[in-house]
Design a protein around this ligand. Structure first.
Ligand code: BGC
Length: 362
């Protein structure tokens, strides 16, 4: 009998420690990234995961292939597993019900890079100054086409592309770019070829957007323009919102005889390795680098403070409590600074900083 109870105690202790072990394995932080067809998200995901683990959190990253239903599933799974905090780069507004579910369970949600619109169930948003991203794009076109000294008697031609209509950032990027370009359109110095919204609230904006930031959509639209509105003109510039779309647009332009020797000025964003090569080779004019290492580190700092019940103080980010309204409430936005990249500084910004190695740029 004694032997039996001793065994029983050992058994109970063993099961107990197994159970404790299982509890320790419980998830702390879920990291939801929207897609992988745009390269940056894989870097965001990796940096977030490493950052969370370095602070001792049990974390997991998932990618949604630009499908909100898939991301919602991933998030629900994390809520069930007891996650305490979620960092969400959403696909679209369809994420709102699971954010509400998280809030009900007391799970903190941080909107990552993309604002989650029409939700009242989260308080924090961390991103780059996205209006500034657009301003850099507009200013690059202004400078490259020398718009300050151009005249309405020989206007420059531009065509406009925007990101996904389901992504709040697409509106902000466009408005930033047009804040620089609009006066030149209004004075007749810059002529828009194709649909011509002057701000994202214009109805024509929907005609220049690119669903889910899909490059094949932008390429097809550029090809159509080349055979229609842009057929009888030579384009001097194309406003492209990010690198993935910029390269798709350049691909379309390159198969038009008119642009074989000289491409229009094409903008971009993200500092994708293939676009840095294009910039080096003079095919893409510029990009805007948003260092995902910094955004991820800042997001983990924010998460850590919130999980510990502390007031966040995020190094290198500007707190803006006024500008970001989901439609249902204002959220606290932490904004990091983007960097303008051209042929002149790409080495310093992209390579000397260790983001890419020389070998990456073959
Ligand atoms: C991000 C960009 C990215 C785009 C497509 C935006 O929300 O801010 O960096 O290029 O989504 O993934």
């Amino acid at each position: 009998m004694k032997k039996f109870s001793a065994l029983l105690i050992v058994f109970v202790l063993a099961v107990g420690s197994l159970f404790a072990g299982a509890q320790a394995e419980q998830l702390d932080i879920g990291l939801a990234m929207p897609e992988t067809h745009v390269e940056r998200w894989q870097m965001d995901g990796a940096a977030l995961l490493a950052g969370a683990k370095a602070k001792g959190y049990n974390a997991e990253v998932n990618y949604a292939d630009a499908e909100q239903a898939k991301q919602n599933q991933q998030i629900q799974d994390w809520i069930t597993r007891g996650a305490k905090l979620l960092i969400v780069g959403s696909v679209n507004e369809g994420v709102v019900p699971v954010v509400a579910e998280a809030a009900e369970e007391g799970v903190i949600v941080i909107a990552y890079d993309r604002l989650i619109t029409n939700s009242k169930d989260y308080d924090y948003y961390i991103t780059f100054d996205n209006f500034k991203v657009g301003q850099f794009q507009g200013a690059a076109i202004e400078e490259a086409l020398n718009l300050k000294n151009a005249s309405a008697s020989s206007p420059k031609n531009i065509t406009l592309f925007a990101g996904s209509p389901t992504d709040n950032n697409a509106y902000v990027f466009f408005d930033g770019a047009m804040s620089v370009l609009r006066p030149y359109v209004q004075s007749g110095v810059l002529k828009i070829v194709g649909p011509a919204p002057l701000q994202s609230s214009d109805p024509a904006f929907t005609r220049i957007t690119t669903e889910n930031w899909r490059p094949e959509i932008a390429k097809a639209r550029m090809e159509n323009l080349l055979n229609a509105d842009a057929q009888s003109v030579v384009l001097d510039a194309v406003l492209a919102p990010n690198d993935t779309l910029a390269r798709a647009i350049i691909e379309a332009l390159s198969s038009d005889a008119k642009y074989v020797s000289k491409l229009p000025i094409v903008t971009g964003q993200d500092g994708e390795v293939a676009s840095i090569q294009y910039i080096r080779d003079g095919k893409q004019y510029m990009t805007v680098f948003k260092d995902t290492r910094n955004l991820a580190a800042a997001a983990i700092e924010l998460a850590d403070a919130l999980l510990k019940g502390q007031t966040p103080n995020i190094q290198g980010a500007r707190l803006d409590e006024e500008s970001y309204d989901t439609g249902l409430k204002k959220v606290k936005a932490y904004l990091l600074q983007p960097v303008n990249v051209t042929k002149d500084n790409y080495k310093a910004i992209m390579i000397d900083s260790g983001y890419y190695s020389e070998a990456d740029l073959q």
